[in-house]
Design a protein around this ligand. Structure first.
Ligand code: PMM
Length: 388
C-alpha cells in the first residue's frame, strides 16, 4: 500500500489527482471543492440552536465546539452545505441557512471582475494600484511629488511598470496627520487627475474621505473613489460615487487618523474587521451602490497594532469570504518594518512578499508604491494558482 499526503490549502491537488485518474474537468473540480475543509464561527446563537447543531454534527460527521453564545463548526464543504438549504436543514437551524449560504457561494463563485466607471477590471490576474501621493507629509513618500507635472510623470512610470489603476491622494492619513481643507485637497489632486486622463493614463482612483473632493475628482475624470473611512467620514460620499457610476474601495478603520491608534483593540481581529466591513458594504449597497462596484479593504495599519496586522494578513480569507473583491494596502507599512527591521524607505521587498502572501489568501488588488517589484512577486504567486 502507498500513502501520499496531498496539499489541502486549495482544491487543486485533489482536482489534479482525480484528473490524472481520468475524471472529467467539471466533476473533478466539484468533487475537489466539495471535500475542501471549511471552518465557520457561528455567533449570536441560542442554546436550542447549539444543541440542534451538536446533534446534527454528530449525525453528519462534522466537528463542533460550542460555548456561551457561539459554536465552531468544521467539516468538508459538501458536508456542511445541507445546513445552507431550508429544505434540508433541521427546523431549529433554519436561521443559519442564509449566512452559511453566502459563505459557500463566495467560495464557489468568487468575483471575477470589478465594475468601475466606464470600464471593467478583470480580477483573474492581480490588479496593481499605483500610489500617487500629492501630499507634503504622507508617511512614506510625502513631498516627493511637488508639482502636478512630476506626479503625472510618476503615473506614466507606474503604468509602464504594470499598474492597472492609479490612486491619487491629496491628504495624508498617517496617524496624527493634520487634516487638509477640501479646497486645498482639490487644488492638489485635480490638475494631476486631469493630466493623467488627458495622457490616457489610468483608470484613475481618488483617495479621499470627502464627498466634495470625490465630486471634483470624478468631474476631472476619475473612475474610482477610494475611501479610507469606509463611508463613515462624510455621509454624502456614497451618493456622489453612486451618481457618477464610480467603483468604490471601502476600507476598514475605526475612528479617524487622529484617534485610530487608541481604537486598536480586538479580541479576535479577523472576524471583527470582517463584520465591520460587511456592515460598511451593506451600507454602500443601501445607498444604491451596486454590489459589483464595491471592493473592500481590511485597512492594514489603520486602528491596528503590528500584531493585529500580522494576524489579519494570516486570516485574510475571513475577509475574502464576504464575497467582495479584496484590496490590500500593505506598502511600506510600519508592521513590515517590525518584522524585517527595515526603515520605511527600504520596505519594498517586504511589501512584495506580503502582497504575494495576500494573493494566496484571496486578495486581488494591491495598492503599492513600487509597482515593478510587486508585479514580479505577484506574477510568481499568481502563476501557482492560475495557469499563466
Ligand atoms: N493606506 C494608505 C492610504 N490609502 N487606501 C486603501 N484602500 N488602503 C490602504 O491601506 C491605504 C489607503 C496609507 O498609505 P500611504 O500614506 O502610503 O498612501
Amino acid at each position: 500500500m502507498k500513502v501520499t499526503a496531498l496539499a489541502a490549502h486549495t482544491p487543486e491537488a485533489v482536482r489534479a489527482a482525480l484528473a490524472a485518474r481520468g475524471w472529467e474537468t467539471q466533476p473533478a473540480w466539484f468533487a475537489a471543492t466539495g471535500i475542501e475543509p471549511l471552518v465557520v464561527l457561528i455567533e449570536e446563537t441560542t442554546e436550542d440552536e447549539r444543541e440542534a447543531l451538536v446533534h446534527w454534527a454528530a449525525k453528519s460527521g462534522a466537528d463542533v465546539l460550542t460555548g456561551e453564545g457561539w459554536a465552531l463548526l468544521a467539516g468538508a464543504a459538501s458536508r456542511l452545505a445541507p445546513l445552507a438549504r431550508y429544505d434540508r436543514a433541521p427546523a431549529e437551524l433554519r436561521r443559519l441557512a442564509p449566512a452559511l449560504g453566502r459563505v459557500l457561494a463566495a467560495r464557489a463563485e468568487p468575483p471575477r471582475s470589478w465594475t468601475i466607471r466606464d470600464a471593467e477590471l478583470s480580477l483573474e490576474k492581480p490588479v496593481i494600484i499605483g500610489i500617487i501621493n500629492v501630499t507634503p507629509d504622507s508617511f512614506s513618500d510625502g513631498g516627493h511629488l511637488a508639482s502636478a507635472e512630476a506626479a503625472i510623470e510618476h503615473g506614466a512610470r507606474l503604468t509602464a511598470d504594470g499598474a492597472r489603476l492609479l490612486d491619487v491622494g491629496g491628504e495624508s492619513t498617517r496617524p496624527g496627520a493634520t487634516p487638509v481643507p477640501a479646497k486645498e485637497e482639490i487644488a492638489r489632486i485635480v490638475p494631476v487627475i486631469r493630466g493623467l486622463v488627458a495622457r490616457g493614463l489610468g483608470p484613475v482612483s481618488v483617495d479621499t474621505r470627502k464627498a466634495e473632493v470625490a465630486r471634483a475628482a470624478l468631474d476631472a475624470g476619475a473612475a474610482v473613489v477610494n475611501d479610507i473611512s469606509g463611508l463613515r467620514f462624510d455621509a454624502g460620499l456614497a451618493a456622489v460615487a453612486r451618481d457618477a457610476g464610480a467603483g468604490v474601495i471601502l476600507m476598514h478603520v475605526r475612528g479617524t487618523p487622529a484617534t485610530m491608534d487608541d481604537l486598536a483593540k480586538y479580541a479576535h481581529v479577523g472576524p471583527e474587521v470582517a463584520a465591520e466591513l460587511a456592515a460598511t458594504a451593506a451600507m454602500a449597497e443601501g445607498e444604491g451602490i451596486p454590489r459589483e462596484r464595491i471592493v473592500i479593504d481590511p485597512g492594514f495599519g489603520f486602528a491596528k497594532t503590528a500584531t493585529h496586522n500580522f494576524r489579519l494578513l494570516d486570516e485574510l480569507a475571513t475577509v475574502v469570504a464576504l464575497g467582495y473583491p479584496v484590496a490590500v494596502g500593505l506598502s511600506r507599512k510600519r508592521f513590515l518594518g517590525a518584522a524585517t527591521g527595515r526603515p520605511v524607505e527600504d520596505r519594498d521587498r517586504a511589501t512584495a512578499v506580503a502582497c504575494a502572501l495576500a494573493w494566496e489568501r484571496g486578495a486581488r488588488l494591491f495598492r503599492v508604491h513600487d509597482v515593478a517589484l510587486t508585479r514580479e512577486a505577484l506574477a510568481l504567486a499568481s502563476a501557482t494558482t492560475n495557469p499563466p
